[in-house]
Ligand binder design. Structure first.
Ligand SMILES: Cc1cc2nc3c(=O)[nH]c(=O)nc-3n(C[C@H](O)[C@H](O)[C@H](O)COP(=O)(O)OP(=O)(O)OC[C@H]3O[C@@H](n4cnc5c(N)ncnc54)[C@H](O)[C@@H]3O)c2cc1C
Length: 224
């Protein structure tokens, strides 16, 4: 092979050639709305490889990062696939629980949800604490307790997969009325106050249903 170096031509014996024509990332053009990118066009992702569009992930050379290597590309892809799998499951749960939600709101809610796990006995939320999050159970069971007249906790409800809780404090902007504690290993999806508010605002049917459940739960509870 003949190469030119410092203005001088020379012949080099090689067994193969890698062609490198430079980088020109174009991933941002793949969707109608441009994915957030840096000034060179590389897609910006978080630690899970999520981009600014819910459900869209980026991995490898197209992503804004220091290394452009096979090792990092493969690692990125592994992270992206594992998280995407989780995102799809969360999206299905949200669509099942709130069927009236517009598709894009369900997608954004799933992308904002945080997966949190608890061991049996752990407290998820505590009576009297400020209400800051809404929860949906993915796996496991939780007991709901309220302080009885003597101050001892009384079990008033039990939640399982598909149930949600934490809505009363957020809807009324009031402290928690009860304690929720994991009864078994528990996996929940947690939504922050803003994401919950958006969910309520985007569908009257969803808000009516959540308010109905909250009103039912707020009536004088019967110990179990
Ligand atoms: C010459 C050279 C030598 C290298 N040597 C090393 C090395 O020794 N060690 C190392 O770790 N890394 C090396 N790298 C870097 C490594 O190859 C890359 O970091 C890695 O391949 C990135 O993987 P990727 O999947 O992100 O992108 P790519 O491997 O580039 O894969 C992207 C794929 O998407 C396809 N594509 C693009 N646009 C479209 C479209 N619109 N529709 C459908 N398909 C599309 C492309 O054809 C391509 O197949 C080298 C790179 C070059 C260029």
């Amino acid at each position: 092979m003949e190469i030119e170096r410092d203005g001088k031509r020379e012949r080099v014996n090689v067994e193969g050639v890698f062609v490198f024509i430079g980088f020109k990332p174009v991933g941002r053009y793949l969707f109608k709305e441009h994915i957030d990118h840096d000034k060179n066009g590389y897609l910006i992702t978080d630690q899970f490889m999520r981009t600014s569009i819910p459900g869209v992930y980026a991995a490898g050379d197209t992503r804004a990062q220091l290394a452009k290597q096979i090792t990092t590309a493969v690692g990125d892809a592994t992270t992206a696939v594992l998280h995407a799998e989780r995102y799809i499951e969360e999206l299905k749960d949200i669509e099942r629980t709130f069927p009236a939600e517009p598709k894009e709101v369900a997608a954004e809610t799933a992308s904002k949800a945080e997966l949190v796990t608890f061991a049996p006995g752990d407290i998820v939320l505590k009576e009297g604490d400020a209400a800051d999050r809404f929860y949906m159970i993915i796996k496991g069971e939780a007991d709901v307790t309220q302080s009885g007249p003597d101050g001892a906790p009384v079990v008033i409800n039990r939640f399982g997969a598909g149930d949600y809780f934490g809505e009363i404090g957020l809807l009324n902007d009031a402290p928690r009325k009860a304690t929720v504690r994991a009864r078994t290993p528990l996996e929940v999806m947690a939504l922050d106050r803003e994401t919950f508010a958006r969910l309520m605002k985007s569908s009257q049917a969803t808000e009516d249903e959540v308010r109905r459940v909250a009103a039912e739960r707020s009536r004088a509870p019967t110990p179990r």
